[in-house]
Design a protein. Sequence first.
Length: 209
Amino acid sequence: MHKAVCCIWVASDFSGNTRGVAALEFALVLPVMLALLFGTTEFGRAIDHYRKVTMLARAVADLTSQGDTQSPMTAATMTDILASAKLVLSPYPISGAKIVISALGVAADGAGQPRVCSSYATSNGTARTVGTASDLKVPEGFQLAGMRYVLAEVTVPYPAMFGGNLMRFVGGANNQFTFKASVPWPVRGGQAIKSSYNEVILPDGKACS
């Protein structure tokens, strides 16, 4: 009789220990599982956001490359182009998007650094200074003497869905992460002025010399 009671007590005690171990294991694994879930979701969202930033840059470059009925292009036209292109970012926030669009010219040797002939930016951005762009190189496909093209540069802050702390690992200690896209685009409109290639002149700018 005493042996049976002892065995029952031992089995009951062992069952309780098993439940405790399972609860402990679950408590240890849960944060990892949640991190994987949130991380995978955030990563997919970030990829989609970056894709839209690239599409925004392409849209701005393409619309600007078509020029305007007036030369230089009017500020009103550029404002409309930038405003409509920003809609590409939807459903992500567009208020923080910085856009700089520049009209560039290639030197007679068709290589080296392009010249910024005119530039325009959103109110929260800074237009490029007219002159040789020391931080740029003429991209492949545009390395032709006297070539004219436009360059759209877009910078957009990325709003993390699950909090900025998740972006610490890729964005730095301040939890900030920014997507950037730079897209060169051939001129599709405009007119030839000082080259055999057509060019567009942005508001308050001048033709490439």
